[in-house]
Design a protein around this ligand. Structure first.
Ligand code: AMP
Length: 550
């Protein structure tokens, strides 16, 4: 099938914002496409050529794509850059430039969907010697046979930004509509396989019966089940009837897949981090029987046996070189809390059963643990508070409150699993600058550069850019105040006299060379304007340091 046909569909999808219309357009196309091409079309409609959890990536930055466009059209890179600036995106710029050059069109042979898909995949798999120039050669091959609109979408898929307003939900609905399948069946098949290309193919070939047979497969990560904030410990447990409460460790969530001899570890966003943590692979293999399984846990970094800040573990899992050194410097511990597959799917079992399976099969060690837990009901409610106090005293984030009778449902955030954290203390800071927002909030200053006082040299030190978290009225007031104290304005940036004091909340203090304080904050938001406070009341870098150490 011609690639132009898919591109026409993309154009119609961009032309409407209505979800139902988009679903209809896609459903009609899915019905028309042959078996082989269908999974390719599904992935490309999501701007992908590999499932989202795949390790493969094209590895070509925007600069290189711009150079390829310049080469194919015969213009300078500066011309392409100008056009990208004007259009706001590489794809639209490519389309525009192709039009300009229409009279000198090269001999063009019609691209097929299969050809484009396979070539885009090939870009990702090229490695080793001169890999960049070999990747570029493939891009040139595609672009030189493409029309302007085709080039628009080829370049957008390479940078994984298709801009047609289609997400997984619309694709699922379109599959249901095209092949006459109950929405809940398509949803469950997607939830278990995390591969919409496969779901579409099975829906077309085997209908509902085939989809119902799809199951979890070790090796293919599934979206994790997410937690909601608990509204108090006791309330939440009483609402559930009974609960499994567990220590909430502050690290990263990992999903571990073992299939045959191969063990892979994925993050919450389904990135494969196995290579960065080789020692964990060995520990985990020792801890489990030699069967296929999918388990989940929280991996934390420790020093002298105590959990250390979350950022160290991020650095560890992102590391590509000198891994041996990192293994020595940042020891990891794993706290297992769930099992989704052991010899067969276990995710439909209630949590208390899954926990039993986990406890029966795992041999814990100095590195591999089971999450600390307590079974709570109305008779021992105080034990939940005790677990919370102990968790905090030992440097953890809080507790999880889980419904013991619920199955594991991938990708949902619901009342089946709650989190209860200790709120970090707020900080009082002074605003020294800001940036205007975009879109509806273009007239408001949307983020604020805030600072603390450094007692050593009595100077203000920048700490973070803070998003507002405020209603429009307070935001307007704050913007007025900012204008009143304005010192300079450059583009969307503004500097102000240090007059406005804000109380801010955040999730964690982290070390940061980017800010003068030497530290910054994760997820900072403005809680309120502290008109009752002045510059001499703001918090100090010294207090922040103590809080960080604490
Ligand atoms: P949050 O990241 O604040 O939404 O909290 C939910 C996260 O807490 C999960 O995604 C896990 O990464 C993490 N977590 C830590 N300990 C546990 C535990 N015992 N059970 C489940 N999740 C946990």
């Amino acid at each position: 099938m011609k690639y132009q046909e898919l591109v026409d569909v993309f154009e119609s999808l961009s032309a409407t914002t209505k979800r139902l219309e988009k679903t209809d357009i896609l459903a009609a196309f899915f019905e028309k496409v042959d078996d082989e091409t269908l999974p390719q079309v599904v992935l490309m409609s999501l701007g992908l050529v590999f499932p989202s959890w795949s390790e493969e990536e094209q590895g070509l930055g925007e600069k290189l794509i711009m150079k390829a466009i310049a080469d194919v059209i015969g213009v300078s890179i500066a011309d392409v850059e100008d056009q990208v600036r004007e259009q706001g995106d590489i794809g639209a710029a490519a389309e525009k430039l192709y039009l300009k050059k229409a009279q000198t069109t090269f001999f063009s042979q019609a691209l097929t969907i299969d050809f484009v898909f396979k070539h885009l995949r090939k870009i990702a798999t090229v490695s080793g010697n001169r890999s960049t120039s070999r990747k570029i050669a493939i891009v040139l091959e595609l672009l030189s046979s493409a029309s302007g609109t085709e080039a628009k979408y080829i370049t957008r898929i390479i940078i994984e930004e298709l801009r047609i307003g289609v997400g997984e939900g619309i694709i699922r609905d379109a599959i249901s509509k095209a092949f006459n399948i109950e929405k809940s069946v398509t949803e469950r098949a997607h939830m278990l396989t995390n591969d919409l290309g496969l779901v579409a193919k099975v829906a077309k070939d085997q209908g509902e019966v085939g989809l119902k047979e799809l199951s979890l497969t070790p090796g293919k990560p599934v979206k994790p089940m997410l937690a909601q904030l608990a509204d108090g410990i006791k309330n939440s447990i009483c609402e559930m009837g009974s609960a499994i409460c567990e220590v909430k460790y502050d690290g990263i969530r990992v999903q571990i897949h073992k299939k045959g001899n191969e063990l892979n570890i994925f993050t919450r966003r389904l990135e494969n981090i196995t290579k960065a943590i080789p020692e964990m692979v060995d520990y985990i293999k020792e801890a489990f029987p030699n069967e296929d399984f999918i388990a989940e846990g929280e991996m934390i970094a420790t020093k002298d046996g105590k959990p250390i800040s979350f950022q160290y573990i991020l650095q560890r899992v992102r590391r590509k070189y000198n891994i041996d050194q990192a293994v020595k410097n940042t020891p990891l511990n794993l706290y297992l809390f769930d099992i989704l597959y052991f010899k067969e799917t276990t995710l439909d079992e209630p949590l208390y059963k899954r926990r039993e399976i986990l406890e029966n099969i795992v041999t814990t060690s100095g590195k591999i643990h089971l999450s600390e837990m307590a079974k709570i009901d109305e008779n021992n409610l105080d034990d939940a508070q005790k677990l919370f106090n102990k968790a905090i005293a030992e440097g953890n984030e809080g507790i999880m409150i889980k419904n013991p009778n619920e199955p594991y449902i991938p990708g949902i955030r619901g009342k089946k699993m709650l989190k209860f954290k200790a709120e970090p203390e707020t900080l009082d800071v002074v605003v020294i600058g800001g940036t205007y927002g975009v879109g509806k909030r273009a007239h408001f200053i949307g983020s604020y550069l805030v600072a603390l006082n450094d007692e050593e040299d009595n100077e203000l030190k920048t700490l973070a850019y803070v998003a507002t978290g405020l209603d429009d009225e307070t935001l307007a007031k704050l913007t007025d105040l900012m204008n009143k104290y304005k010192v300079v304005e450059k583009g969307t940036k503004i500097e102000v006299e240090p007059r406005i004091i804000l109380e801010i909340a955040y999730s964690e203090i982290v070390k940061s060379p980017e800010y003068q304080a030497g530290y910054s904050l994760r997820f900072p938001v403005v809680k309120r304007i502290r008109e009752d406070k002045g510059l001499h009341d703001i918090d100090t870098v010294q207090r922040l340091k103590t809080m960080f150490k604490g």
